[in-house]
Design a protein around this ligand. Structure first.
Ligand SMILES: [Fe+2]
Ligand SMILES: [Fe+2]
Length: 215
């Protein structure tokens, strides 16, 4: 199995190695060792990010996430100690807050599935998490623009896609108050996406920003 992109062909073992850390460095090293796979002339930072984006997508198709996601509807949604650490402290802090909120929401959903629903509390926490996510993404977008990150459109496009999913989920919850679709997303799709996104786009973005922002 391999990932074929516009610029190169990435074997699956490389996908996993990249996504399990040191992603940009691994991509550079791998490209250096396997120049025959690279089909484009210009291979710069934005190409690397597009490949990593593709690798993240590839990983989402796999059954095993790179950090442990608990079984269906069991809290916590994500173990805070397993959040991938990246090169910018402020981004790490935001990710920690995000996981705290998702775990609080997860606990409410778990209670609801177990027969103790608190619809008002779920609505409030869902709203709080959605607002936090909007701020989180908008801060990253602003930093990328301020410092001229070359792959801004790719990274911000991914943010837009996820915000649209969350908005649709929120509206559906308000209309139906059915727990399962929300719990399926929170305990299933979201943690896999978050892990892959932080390990790919955020990691490369933080690496780029940390070389420009005094810390
Ligand atoms: Fe982020
Ligand atoms: Fe991001």
């Amino acid at each position: 199995m391999q990932y074929v992109s516009k610029w190169c062909v990435v074997p699956s073992d490389v996908c996993f190695r990249i996504a399990r850390g040191k992603c940009a460095l691994d991509v550079r090293q791998w490209v250096g060792e396997n120049p025959q796979h690279v089909q484009g002339e210009c291979f710069d930072f934005s190409h690397i990010l597009v490949i990593i984006d593709a690798v993240a997508f590839f990983l989402l198709q796999q059954t095993e996430p790179s950090i442990s996601v608990m079984s269906k509807y069991n809290s916590p949604v994500l173990d805070p100690s397993a959040i991938p650490l990246i090169a910018l402290g402020s981004m790490n802090e935001t990710h920690k807050e995000e996981v705290e909120l998702i775990n609080q929401l997860g606990r409410l959903l778990e209670d609801a599935v177990n027969g103790q629903p608190d619809e008002a509390a779920i609505t409030e926490k869902l709203h709080e998490w959605a607002e936090h996510t909007k701020d989180h993404f908008s801060r990253e977008n602003q930093l990328m623009q301020d410092y001229g990150f070359p792959a801004f459109p790719v990274h911000s496009g991914e943010h837009d896609k996820v915000l649209a999913q969350i908005e649709a989920l929120y509206q559906r919850w308000l209309e139906t108050k059915v727990v399962e679709p929300l719990a399926d997303y929170i305990f299933g799709e979201w943690p896999r996406w978050f892990d892959a996104h932080v390990n790919s786009m955020d990691m490369v973005t933080a690496m780029f920003l940390s070389q420009r922002i005094p810390q």
